[in-house]
Every structure is written in structure tokens, then in C-alpha cells.
Design a protein around this ligand. Structure first.
Ligand code: C2O
Ligand code: CU
Length: 463
């Protein structure tokens, strides 16, 4: 697709309808449905009580309810959102994990014009998959996401099993000083390593929130790691928790949550069997690092429902095409550090450093002059990313627009999960297979935002 770099040109094409709202939305199911009323997502500044020392200013969010709303969509049904921008900088929305039309993907310069102050943009799409996803800007992301713009998406399907309760957890940190106000978003020496950690840890913008759930009941706990840096090792204390989906897709075989590492961008769906005794508490902990940290807890209420996790039916399947491994072409992807210092200035933010590269090319993304694509893929053909990490750090590598299946790893047993984000370990080589079924330019980047914005970004082109 042609690269449009000038705002006027972009605005002209928006008016002409190239990016505009259709009256009807063609769904994947071959019939047109009337476009629904758009959900207004107003990008704005706000304040919130994140710490005891008083409200934090300069928080960024959508809407005036504090935390970005949990967006509920229905699989196979058209969804519409109108982004209106009242920030004093441009923004966009990316729908992380949703396999939708390239024009709705929210990547400035590559898939849409960025949205200026007081401008708006209409997003229209039909989510093809059910599960837990999330949304965030794709412009000046370390600031916008770091200041609050990370929200959870739940795509529902009537075929999903019924739970007694559902709790959605948006896990993230904030870089605040002792006065509860934002401090510098990163330290360069940390960006060149794990990324810079936040100082205040929250779930749903609260420190260690507690939610009520029926005693002996089954709770669907939907967890999204939306932090810009932190990798979690999750564990449940006081209740039995079963992993039912990872990154929006049902796991091939359910397993108890013992200690699962999940990185920025990833999601985890758990079936939690609440304790039978009223008042008993189940605690979700992060045990990575020195001290276990409580993230959130569930308190049993009422008489036990005496449910059994084994009785839960299967989750609705997602129609992700199966790659043909015999014909799949291999694409090597090398993740490395780089000493090359070539940061590009961009209206969508630059950190001013270049520390990382994919196939030796450092590129921060969200710039008007992208590097060449990693590969040009033929629509409908199968491919295997041969992803290799030669750095001593973990990287949650995210592909836009298509889901892959984890085939094999050089260092561990892997479950053949379907996903959009793979948390690669140091010195690991992994094979990710997928069908290039969605035309357009699709980003591929590390979701530790400091890594992404200092070079660990690239893209593939599907034609
Ligand atoms: Cu959550 Cu470019 O991604
Ligand atoms: Cu990384």
C-alpha cells in the first residue's frame, strides 16, 4: 500500500472515505450489517487517586470514568468506536490481538493518519475471535500508555461456558515519585536492559483491590498485562486456578496455574474455584523478584455453590487458520542489541536512543519513513517465523493483525498455543507458524515499550 506521509493528504483521503465509516459493515460472515452506534472514546487528561498522598495529575485515559472502560464486543458482530482527541498531542488506538482490517489497526503513518487534537477517527470492525484482548495508543506510547492509556477488551460468544462471576484485571504500574506525581518515564541505562519499572503497582488502578465472588463458585478471571515494562510470574494463593486461555485463545489442554510468566501485551484467562467458606480470600500474586507481591484478591461470599472446575465446558473456538507446515516458508528474525545510534525524530515520540534491532535493523516504529518490510508475504500462504533472541533479556514479541501457533522451542517444551505475543527467553529460538491471511502492513515489535521505541520494531507486508 502507498505510504502516506503528509497530513493534508491523509485528511483529504479521510474525507474521501478511504478511512471513513461505511454505512454498512461487511462482516467476515459474508453479509452486511448496519453499523452500530459508535462507542465514544474521548482521549483526555484526568486525575486519579493511585496513592495515599493525593491525586496524581496528568493521567491520560479515554472517557471520564477514570480507568479506560472495559470494552465489550460480540464475536462476529460489528463494533464501532469514535476516537475523539482532547489531548494536546496526536494519538491513535490499536486493538491488540484483534485480527481486523488493516485500516483499523491504529498504526500512524502505516495504517491511518494520526489523530490531532480536536480531531476524531471512526473505528469499525467485526472481531473474529472471542477472548480477552486490549487496546492502547500507537503514538508517543511510552508517555500515553505510561500515563494510563491501556484498556481491556472482552469479546464474548454465546457458546462460552457460563461462570458464576467474572472479574477483569488490568495489571499495570505507574512511575510516580513520593509526591504521587509522574517522574521521568525511563532511564536510558534501563531501556538498554530490562526496561524501566514503575514505582506504584496496580490492578484496575487500585493497589491490591479486593472483589467479592460467590463461595464455591467458578470465577472467570480475565487478566491483561498492560504495563509498558513489567513481566509477571503469576500464582494464585488460597484457591485452585485453572488456565483456560492465553492471549485470547483457549489453551489446547487446561492446566493448573502454578507459576506462569506473562509479559507486557499478554492475557491470561483463569477459571478460579472459590473457597467454600464465606470470607475466605484467594489472592493473585506476582512472585517474580524478591518479595511476592499481592496484585488483587477475591473474597468468598454467601453459601457455597459447590461448583467443580472440571464441569466447565470448552471455550468457544477461534477460527484461526491452521498453517501448512510442509509448505511454510521460513522467515528468520534475529533479536539483538545494537550500538548503532540512529534515532529518528517523530511526531509520535522518540526516546532519543537506539539500543535494539530486528535482523540488525533498529527502527522505533510510528515514523513517516519506515524501514523496508522484513518480508513480503503472499496472502493465504503459510510462514514460520524463526525467532531467535541473542540478548540476555526477555522480549514479549507481538505481531499485529494475525495470530500464530507456537510450534517448537530450542530450550523448552512448548504448548502449541495460538497467540499474538510470544515471550521469548534469553538465548531461545522459537518457531511461530501462521497463515498470512490478512493483507496489509503489520507491525511486529517487542511490547516492552522502551525496547520497541529504541529499535525493536519491524513489520511484514502481506499482499
Ligand atoms: Cu499492543 Cu503494536 O501493540
Ligand atoms: Cu524487548
Amino acid at each position: 500500500m502507498p505510504l502516506l506521509t503528509r497530513r493534508n493528504l491523509l485528511k483529504a483521503s479521510a474525507v474521501a472515505g478511504a478511512y471513513g465509516v461505511g454505512i454498512g459493515v461487511a462482516s467476515k460472515f459474508g453479509f452486511a450489517e448496519a453499523a452500530p452506534e459508535p462507542q465514544v472514546l474521548k482521549a483526555m487528561k484526568t486525575q486519579a487517586a493511585l496513592t495515599e498522598v493525593g491525586p496524581t495529575k496528568d493521567i491520560m485515559t479515554w472517557g471520564d470514568q477514570g480507568m479506560p472502560p472495559v470494552l465489550r464486543m460480540a464475536r462476529g458482530k460489528p463494533y464501532a468506536a469514535k476516537l475523539t482527541n482532547t489531548l494536546d498531542e496526536p494519538t491513535t488506538i490499536h486493538w491488540h490481538g484483534l485480527r481486523i482490517d488493516n485500516r483499523m489497526d491504529g498504526v500512524p503513518f502505516m495504517t491511518q493518519p494520526y489523530v490531532y487534537t480536536n480531531d476524531s477517527f471512526d473505528y469499525n470492525f467485526t472481531p473474529p475471535d472471542t477472548g480477552t484482548f486490549w487496546y492502547h495508543p500507537h503514538c508517543n506510547t511510552l508517555t500515553q500508555m505510561g500515563h494510563g492509556m491501556t484498556g481491556v477488551i472482552v469479546v464474548e460468544d454465546p457458546a462460552d461456558p457460563v461462570f458464576d462471576a467474572e472479574v477483569v484485571l488490568n495489571l499495570r504500574d505507574w512511575r510516580l515519585g513520593g509526591d504521587g506525581q509522574f517522574i521521568a518515564p525511563f532511564r536510558p541505562r534501563d531501556a538498554a536492559k530490562t526496561g524501566t519499572y514503575g514505582t506504584v503497582r496496580t490492578a484496575n488502578w487500585h493497589q491490591e483491590p479486593q472483589y467479592d465472588a460467590p463461595s464455591g463458585g467458578l470465577v472467570r478471571l480475565r487478566i491483561a498485562v498492560t504495563d509498558v515494562t513489567r513481566i509477571y510470574s503469576l500464582k494464585m494463593e488460597g484457591a485452585e486456578a485453572t488456565v483456560i486461555a492465553i492471549d485470547g485463545n483457549p489453551v489446547p489442554k487446561r492446566f493448573p496455574l502454578e507459576l506462569l510468566q506473562i509479559g507486557p501485551g499478554q492475557r491470561l484467562d483463569l477459571a478460579v474455584r472459590m473457597p467454600d467458606n464465606e470470607g475466605a480470600v484467594a489472592t493473585l500474586e506476582d512472585i517474580r523478584g524478591t518479595n511476592p507481591k499481592t496484585l488483587a484478591s477475591l473474597r468468598a461470599t454467601g453459601q457455597s455453590l459447590k461448583r467443580n472446575a472440571g464441569d466447565l465446558g470448552a471455550l468457544a473456538a477461534n477460527p484461526v487458520p491452521e498453517a501448512d507446515l510442509s509448505s511454510a516458508e521460513k522467515i528468520p528474525l534475529l533479536l539483538s542489541a545494537t550500538a548503532e545510534n540512529a534515532p529518528v525524530d517523530s511526531i509520535c515520540g522518540t526516546l532519543g536512543y537506539s539500543f535494539w534491532a530486528i535482523n540488525k535493523v533498529p527502527w522505533p516504529g510510528d515514523t513517516p519513513d519506515p524501514t523496508a518490510p522484513l518480508a513480503e508475504l503472499k496472502q493465504g500462504k503459510s510462514y514460520i517465523f524463526q525467532l531467535e533472541n541473542v540478548t540476555p533479556h526477555l522480549h514479549p514479541i507481538h505481531l499485529h493483525g494475525m495470530s500464530f501457533k507456537v510450534i517448537s522451542s530450542s530450550t523448552r517444551e512448548v504448548m502449541p498455543i495460538v497467540s499474538d505475543t510470544y515471550l521469548i527467553q534469553p538465548d531461545e529460538k522459537v518457531q511461530l507458524a501462521f497463515v498470512a491471511d490478512n493483507p496489509g502492513d503489520w507491525l511486529l515489535h517487542c511490547h516492552i515499550i522502551e525496547h520497541q521505541k529504541t529499535g525493536m520494531t519491524s513489520y511484514v507486508r502481506v499482499v
